[in-house]
Design a protein around this ligand. Structure first.
Ligand code: ADP
Ligand code: MG
Length: 325
């Protein structure tokens, strides 16, 4: 049986340190030491994932390692921050070498893509739970804050929406989903891609705009921007880009899962209409497609319209059962 210290040494402490030069001291002491870039602000976020609530019991360990870090990096992306390092607090029912090997390799593969180093953590025995805290940095005044949306701004979405929710519907047998569609949609649920490059490219533009990552569904998450910015919005529900698997489903389901899916980890952001070319150039440099899906209004509340501009009444609140319930 592995001791706690052997376990840390074997699976989490690595010789390699990030190339950024920010990590002065990593795993092994009472604290890690970070050297911030002079003049930059720290961006810090944490997410707790609990077995049976945030992921299925028995979930694939490699994908879980990826997803645990991805949801945290997604928060840095939504702020426009550059990842620097992260800590990992793990509660484990036992020291299963196979699980630890798969989990850590999934996590480190994504960490290395973003030059984001594991700098410390805590390990304890208990029900399976994973808590990661990420540290990033951003130039003062550049963060993509939820309170920065203004009337007249365009509303943009990165990538596509709804395939993660479609996969969940397939697993839950909420709908009859053929095996091929499930296989196509499932990676969006298990292996989300944090839009770090896009967030950084948007934050680097010299324009004020708001952003967040869509984790609980577009309508619910966009409402956070509207509340923080004290504005309203009109969304063109037929402009919402469905994932490739969802695109083959009937219109009602497409609308429902793009509007209130969850687990997409795409960015929703706003920008002045005069900056469309700059936004498209930023997205191009990040290699992520972006779609304009609506407008920020001075009038509070969220209005849904179809492609013809006709108001559509939908009980979006009723679809909120995915947001961790
Ligand atoms: P302390 O008793 O001072 O809290 P620990 O004995 O818990 O320290 O941990 C020893 C070292 O290993 C610390 O540097 C800590 O940050 C690191 N560590 C513990 N668990 C993990 C983990 N799951 N991932 C990464 N580092 C960890
Ligand atoms: Mg400790």
């Amino acid at each position: 049986m592995l001791s706690e210290f052997d376990l840390i040494k074997q699976y989490f402490r690595r010789a390699r340190s990030s190339h950024s030069g920010h990590v002065v001291l990593g795993i092994g002491d009472d604290c890690a030491l970070l050297a911030p870039t002079p003049g930059m602000q720290s961006a810090i976020s944490t997410d707790l994932l609990i077995e049976g609530r945030h992921f299925f019991a028995g979930a694939d360990a490699r994908m879980l390692g990826h997803k645990s870090l991805a949801v945290n990096l997604s928060d840095l992306a939504a702020m426009g921050a550059r990842p620097v390092g992260f800590t990992l607090a793990l509660s484990l029912p036992g020291a299963d070498p196979e699980w630890l090997e798969a989990f850590s390799s999934g996590m480190f593969a994504l960490a290395d893509q973003h030059d984001c180093e594991l700098i410390g953590g805590d390990t304890t025995r208990g029900p399976l739970a994973i808590c990661i805290t990420v540290f990033g940095e951003i130039a003062p005044g550049h963060a993509l804050r939820r309170d920065a949306a203004r009337a007249g701004h365009d509303i943009w979405i990165s990538g596509t929406l709804g395939d993660a929710r479609l996969a969940l519907a397939g697993y839950w047998k909420e709908i009859a989903l053929d095996a091929e569609s499930l296989a196509q949609a499932a990676p969006r649920m298990h292996l989300p891609t944090p839009r770090v490059e896009l967030g950084r490219a948007l934050a680097a533009l010299p324009i004020a705009h708001a952003a967040l990552d869509i984790s609980d569904g577009l309508v619910g998450d966009l409402t956070h921007i509207l509340d923080a910015s004290k504005v309203g919005a009109t969304l063109d529900i037929d402009a919402l880009p469905p994932g490739p698997a969802l695109a083959q489903q009937p219109l009602a389901l497409r609308r429902r899962f793009t509007l209130a899916g969850g687990d997409d980890y795409e960015l929703c952001f706003t920008a002045p209409a005069s900056e469309r070319a700059a936004v498209l150039a930023a997205a191009g440099s990040a290699g992520v497609p972006v779609t304009r899906v609506g407008t920020i209004d001075a009038q509070p509340g969220l209005r849904l319209v179809d492609a013809a501009g006709k108001a559509v009444e939908m009980d979006v609140q009723g679809w909120d059962h995915f947001s961790g319930e």
